[in-house]
Design a protein around this ligand. Structure first.
Ligand code: WTA
Length: 640
């Protein structure tokens, strides 16, 4: 039996911070806000007009100034990014280099007509220019909206149509597992008839030929010629910093809108409490900037602390599975922040890979994005961290802006329990409640809620306040509903138990079942589709699909391959189901909702439970037998 808790700390023991936060969370965050550079101080710390929170009202601030100029004034020569490409190329950018580059890019955006409040879509691989583009927007008060470079043209089209971006920044291509992904071509397809897009700025990175159209401009031509002086635009604290699209339970992805001042305060303080990064540290967060972890803990958090970080473009296990451990050895990485999926994959290769590399530089380890299984936590702790390194299992969401629940070695030394995300961050008020919103006693499974506004909280959903209210504030009118199951134990430790809704976490990527389903039905052969997630050894969850074909469509390998391509194109490669089941009807409730819980149970071969609300109970049996039949068929590898 594993020991149930471990205490390894950094020697920090600050009991005052939690005490202050409990006494008055608004005052507490106000104190934290004083750690940033404001050009004008706020007049009111919090305006709470539920469910809309405005933090540090009246204050003026610039995110890019806090991220770059503050360090440049102290030591511009400090390396900011140690970048490495999949094929081994590398680049180093100091804080001074980064600031100059950002100013040039910001002036370029201005010359393309981008003004304060305008949206700019960024679709780039993990190259320094991705970070530069975000900061260039922030410098001039434009709103960045990054799309992960693994997304398809249809996804780009939906997001650009919603945000109405004037300018898109992309590259000719990006590298992944030895292949080049032709990003510019994907953008061309996405925006061919979106006339409001005025310019596409194209970075030459993969050095492949691209077709340049009327709106296209080469990054190097414009950025190299621009001035490296650009005064930061001091914006109101509540001015939007970015939109980041993320999947929910209904239809298309939602544009999560984050403000500036409150968001930066939350990220700045949590970065310190989590990682306590010093000048001697080399920090490496493996997240792509296309996701929120990259926004908060690759771009804004580390830069506001003047950290030196490794940035990597490519797959962590390419060309060999020891790539990541070689990088730890090569750069003497001290803080490593990654995902349970990556760890499960690395753990499968056994201990010899990591044992053959020198990992003694590591002093702190982090995990994010999905629940981490206790055995994976223990492997991370023992094999990678040699029982010396504290582990932070950080729970948060795109919507929360920054970490909400985690161990905080930068603040205090407290026991860690493998599999628990630990306790709430100071200044955050988390609860576990039942269906009616009543607090549950320790040990009882319920819904996680957040009971008071916090600075990193989303402002709203882009252009849709009503949806914002229904999605997050209608289950419990006075509490934020994240959509996760949790248990709180006697010590106040939170154990996250996965999503309570129709959101999937596949290899750490957040996907909505509805998105994949509408991807399917947009194909001519599919009449209806339902998808669900079932546990997967490495990816955490894997997508299973149930399809009803249109009259005349025949199920064969050709159609299956076509559907795979179709989902890759409409949603993205990460959304492609691992299994396809063709059935003649889907089980639905009397009100017409697909019984996804039941599909899940069937797919996992579990007991079905209460099916009384099913329209047609025969559908259950039918699905079960279709499933069995297909399982046999797949086993014979006919459709693999
Ligand atoms: C899940 C990622 C368990 C959770 C930062 C949440 C986690 C969703 C953890 C948000 C964790 C994130 N333990 N589950 N440490 N971190 N999640 O928006 O279900 O991509 O609601 O943000 O990921 O995913 P998102």
């Amino acid at each position: 039996m594993a020991k149930d808790s471990f205490t390894v700390g950094l020697g920090n023991n600050d009991s005052l911070t939690r005490k202050l936060a409990e006494e008055d969370y608004v005052k507490f965050w106000e104190k934290e806000a004083e750690k940033l550079q404001w050009s004008e101080k706020w007049s009111k710390s919090l305006e709470w007009d539920p469910p809309f929170a405005r933090w540090f009202v009246g204050g003026r601030i610039n995110a890019c100034y806090n991220a770059l100029d503050v360090t440049v004034r102290k030591n511009g020569k400090k390396p900011a990014i140690l970048w490495e490409g999949e094929n081994g190329t590398s680049r180093t950018l100091t804080y001074r280099d980064l600031l100059d580059y950002v100013c040039r890019a910001a002036n370029t955006l201005k010359s393309l007509g981008v003004r304060k409040g305008d949206r700019v879509t960024i679709y780039l691989p993990m190259v320094p220019e991705l970070m530069v583009s975000l900061l260039a927007c922030a410098r001039i008060g434009a709103v960045h909206t990054v799309i992960f470079s693994g997304f398809s043209s249809q996804s780009i089209r939906d997001r650009v149509s919603d945000s109405k971006s004037k300018v898109i920044i992309t590259a000719d291509g990006g590298f992944r597992r030895g292949e080049i992904i032709k990003l510019k071509r994907i953008v061309d397809e996405a925006i061919s008839d979106l006339d409001f897009v005025e310019s596409v700025l194209v970075l030459e990175h993969a050095k492949i030929p691209v077709e340049m159209g009327r709106r296209d401009k080469r990054w190097a031509d414009l950025v190299n010629a621009a001035s490296n002086i650009c005064e930061p635009e001091e914006v109101e604290s509540t001015h939007p910093l970015y939109i980041l699209y993320t999947s929910g339970t209904t239809g298309k992805p939602k544009g999560v809108l984050h403000g500036t001042g409150g968001y930066l305060v939350h990220v700045n303080s949590t970065f310190k409490w989590l990682f306590d990064v010093k000048d001697s540290d080399i920090y490496f967060c493996t997240a792509d900037i296309g996701w929120v972890t990259g926004h908060s803990y690759v771009v804004y958090g580390p830069l506001m602390h003047g950290a030196t970080q490794v940035m990597y473009e490519g797959a962590l296990v390419y060309p060999t599975p020891s790539r990541i451990w070689e990088m730890v050895e090569r750069y003497k990485i001290t803080v490593l922040y990654t995902t349970p999926t990556a760890l499960r994959m690395l753990m499968k290769y056994g201990d010899t890979l990591s044992d053959s590399k020198d990992l003694s530089s590591l002093r702190l380890l982090g995990s994010v994005g999905e629940p981490i299984n206790p055995e994976v936590w223990l492997w991370y702790f023992r094999v990678i961290g040699k029982e010396r390194c504290p582990i932070v299992d950080t729970w948060w969401q795109t919507e929360t802006g920054g970490t909400m629940i985690s161990a905080l070695p930068g603040l205090e030394t407290a026991p860690m329990k493998p599999g628990s995300a630990s306790r709430q961050v100071p200044g955050i008020n988390v609860g576990v409640v039942d269906e009616n919103g009543k607090d549950l006693p320790p040990g009882k499974k319920g819904y996680l809620v957040i009971k008071a506004p916090w600075p990193g909280m989303l402002l709203s959903l882009w252009g849709d306040d009503e949806k914002y209210k229904t999605v997050y504030w209608s289950k419990y009118p006075k509490m934020y509903y994240p959509g996760d199951f949790a248990i709180r134990d006697e010590d106040g430790y939170i154990w996250m138990l996965g999503r309570a809704d129709d959101v999937l976490k596949v290899a750490g990527h957040r996907l909505g079942t509805a998105e994949i389903e509408s991807g399917f039905v947009s194909h001519g052969a599919v009449a209806e589709a339902a998808v669900c997630g079932i546990p997967h050894e490495v990816k955490g969850e894997s997508v299973i699909s149930f399809l009803v074909l249109k009259e005349g469509a025949a199920w064969d390998i050709r159609l299956r391959d076509e559907l795979v391509q179709h989902i890759r194109k409409t949603v993205g490669p990460i959304a492609v189901p691992d299994q396809f089941y063709v059935v003649s009807k889907l089980p639905k409730t009397r009100s017409g909702k697909i019984m996804r819980r039941l599909l899940k149970a069937v797919a996992k071969n579990e007991k079905i439970g209460d099916v009384s609300t099913l329209e047609d109970e025969a559908a259950v049996e039918e699905i079960r037998s279709a499933f069995k039949e297909l399982e046999r068929e797949i086993e014979g590898s006919k459709l693999r």
